[in-house]
Design a protein around this ligand. Structure first.
Ligand SMILES: [Zn+2]
Length: 683
């Protein structure tokens, strides 16, 4: 029986609102269920008729046809997943739990369809027809083919059975890894029976430790619970050296105690099965398979980058060690590093971030900082549209106009924290631009978790919140400016090792003198921010980068090393610790003072969180970021000419072109790692 409330389900047709903004005022939770159900059924039927088309496969009847279908499903997914973290009510979470696995199964049914795969391959293998396509269309064929190949669509039935087995077993191993790691972390939490040993911690941290102890049945004691990375934050402040040693040893031994929670066997089996799966899919190693879908493209290029950064990090670690030992008056060990680094920071690079806050009034940061910079660079203007409704009354809606006045899309801002919002900050697309379906504009949304000010008080952002807003707005600009033909390439649908790059670049405008002067004025006195505050901050930024870069690179290298071995090599690895040691030594990062940010036995990103062979992505995009910042500096900074060039080759192209080729057109050269080294003081 059709439910009356669903008769006018607004998700079942394109929204009539400006720029296709979802009609949130009319959307009820139950509309999502119906629209997902109908959307998946409709999409499957559409895909089935493309796959079963008796006509010989062509670009038009296969690829373009695929891009045109599934509109109800994509409209619904964008509206739902674009808001589900901002309005995570029980009802929304229940829909998410129910539909996430069904949507995954749906996506698998499409990308593993052997008929579809055969058609796409036939289009791809027709060299003359491919040569006649425009570059974006050619890329569309290649991307679809690679994505389906990596998923296993090209396998025969028995190979597909083995693939399903491997995927199932690997998923189970990932879950086991996470479970054992959690259990071992809990077992290893450090119990302290004398509060004097906690000297250096804040009152809040001490009472949290007392509460944790009570919760675990140790009334009257203190329990230091562990964190995921090797370095525990308390190591920077605990004055008791012996306690620091205990805490560091607990952190480092997780998953490596030959007990029921040991993870070494899971690591070895995971690595073996991933290598086997890669071979099944036609790749030498798991890293090669994982990087087929990346900007880097091959494990060799990732290793080349990491290998070139490693010596600079190792040199700086030595220089930092000398400073720390001078301050300490004795040789430092791994558990001393953060403590003495903090002392050196306080004595030589003190920065008063709290003193900056009165200059970061949210509305001014937004209008006179972030929008102002986007105006100078890209010619964009922003007009608040009070007549348009977001998904919550807190959400503000701005219409974006291009330099010639053309309305260009909508920018939604959901700045403040609330009970139904998940933590963190992020950007979502609610509507994707693409000319194939006649969508001329995009709708994007930024979320932050800034606490609400008291009644009548202005919202003053912290230094970090201000930087986060510039960062997230960089993602928003990326989503807004993309101009593509096919939905597959819309907005920020780019590779994982590329997606953070434009947002990191946008952070540069926060302290750019012209922008800072425009927005950073004291909210009461109207005085500009003292230059001295900014100078101290800049001076402090590169201290500690030897350690930070070294521990990150060590982890990224381990992640690559474990996945750069083939089936035969994987069969011979039996000692996790020895493998780890030799992989680190090979690049000069086996320094016991600076252990990897994650050791293999607790490297959840790579053995459980699906970052396998991709943990390098952070520094890969930062190399592009630093090189781009250098380009802006060399070419006069914040000008329309620079913005237009960056837009034309980088932020305006979505996923429609090869990112590194476009980068080369923008820069006139490949990104030079020198700029990242300089930024981090590693030159
Ligand atoms: Zn980001």
């Amino acid at each position: 029986m059709p439910d009356e409330t669903l008769v006018a389900n607004p998700l079942l047709a394109p929204s009539p609102l400006p720029h296709g903004l979802p009609h949130f005022a009319l959307i009820r939770d139950e509309h999502y269920r119906e629209a997902f159900d109908r959307g998946m059924a409709e999409h499957l039927a559409e895909v089935d008729s493309i796959a079963g088309d008796p006509a010989p496969p062509t670009f038009e009847n296969t690829l373009v046809a695929l891009e045109r279908v599934g509109q109800t499903l994509s409209r619904t997914s964008l509206a739902f997943f674009g808001t589900s973290s901002s309005l995570a009510t029980d009802a929304v979470q229940a829909i998410e739990e129910e539909y996430a696995p069904r949507l995954t199964a749906h996506a698998d049914a499409v990308r593993l369809d052997p008929r579809l795969y055969a058609r796409i391959r036939a289009v791809h293998d027709d060299e003359a027809a491919m040569a006649a396509l425009d570059p974006e269309s050619r890329r569309l064929v290649e991307r679809h083919l690679t994505e389906m190949t990596v998923a296993g669509a090209g396998l025969d039935e028995s190979a597909k059975d083995r693939l399903r087995e491997l995927n199932g077993r690997l998923a189970g191993l990932g879950t086991q890894f996470e479970k054992r790691l959690l259990a071992d972390s809990n077992d290893l939490a450090v119990l302290v029976d004398d509060v004097a040993a906690l000297d250096g911690l804040t009152a809040g941290e001490i009472s949290a430790a007392a509460a944790a102890a009570a919760e675990h049945g140790h009334d009257g004691a203190w329990l230091l619970t562990l964190v995921l990375p090797t370095g525990h934050p308390h190591l920077a402040s605990l004055t008791d050296r012996d306690l620091r040693r205990r805490l560091h040893e607990a952190q480092s031994s997780r998953g490596n105690r030959d007990n029921a929670n040991d993870t070494k066997a899971l690591v070895l089996e995971t690595v073996r099965l991933r290598a086997e799966r890669a071979r099944l899919l036609g790749y030498d190693t798991h890293a090669a398979a994982a990087l087929a879908d990346s900007t880097a493209r091959t494990p060799e290029r990732v290793m080349d980058l990491l290998g070139r950064l490693a010596p600079a990090a190792a040199r700086n670690i030595e220089a930092e060690r000398a400073l720390l030992e001078e301050e300490a008056g004795h040789p430092v060990e791994a558990h001393d590093w953060a403590f003495w680094a903090e002392r050196v920071r306080a004595s030589r690079y003190a920065v008063d971030l709290a003193a900056m806050r009165p200059y970061f009034e949210a509305e001014r940061v937004l209008r006179d900082g972030i929008f102002h910079a986007a105006g100078l660079l890209y010619g964009l203007t922003f007009h608040e549209r009070d007549d348009l409704e977001g998904y919550h009354p807190d959400v503000r809606v701005f219409e974006v106009h291009d330099a010639d006045g053309t309305p260009f899309g909508l920018y939604l801002l959901d700045l403040h924290t609330r009970d139904t919002k998940k933590g963190g900050a992020w950007m979502n697309s609610l509507v994707h631009q693409n000319t194939l379906l006649g969508r001329t504009s995009a709708v994007v949304c930024n979320n932050l978790n800034v606490p609400n000010p008291g009644p009548g008080e202005p919202t003053l952002l912290t230094y970090d919140e201000t930087r986060t807003l510039f960062h997230e707005f960089g993602h928003a600009i990326h989503g807004l400016l993309a101009r593509v033909t096919y939905p597959h390439f819309a907005g920020t649908r780019v590779f994982r090792d590329f997606v953070e790059y434009p947002s990191q670049v946008n952070e540069m405008w926060m302290l750019w003198p012209e922008v800072l002067r425009s927005y950073a004025v004291h909210h009461e006195t109207g005085e500009p921010m003292p230059q001295e505050l900014v100078d101290r901050l800049v001076a402090a930024q590169s201290f500690g980068e030897g350690f930070a870069t070294g521990e990150y690179l060590a982890a990224a290298l381990l992640d690559q090393a474990w996945h750069a071995i083939d089936v035969e090599e994987a069969a011979h690895v039996t000692d996790v610790g020895a493998f780890e040691q030799s992989a680190l030594a090979a690049v000069g990062l086996a320094n016991p003072l600076v252990p990897p940010r994650y050791r293999s036995t607790y490297f959840a990103h790579t053995f459980s969180y699906a970052y396998d062979a991709q943990y390098y992505a952070y520094i890969w995009s930062e190399v592009l970021d630093a090189d781009t910042v250098a380009w802006f500096r060399e070419n006069g900074g914040l000008t329309r000419a620079n913005g237009d060039r960056y837009r034309r080759h980088v932020v305006g192209i979505g996923g429609a072109a090869d990112p590194l080729e476009s980068y080369r057109e923008f820069r006139g050269a490949d990104a030079d790692i020198r700029h990242l080294l300089e930024r981090r003081g590693l030159g």
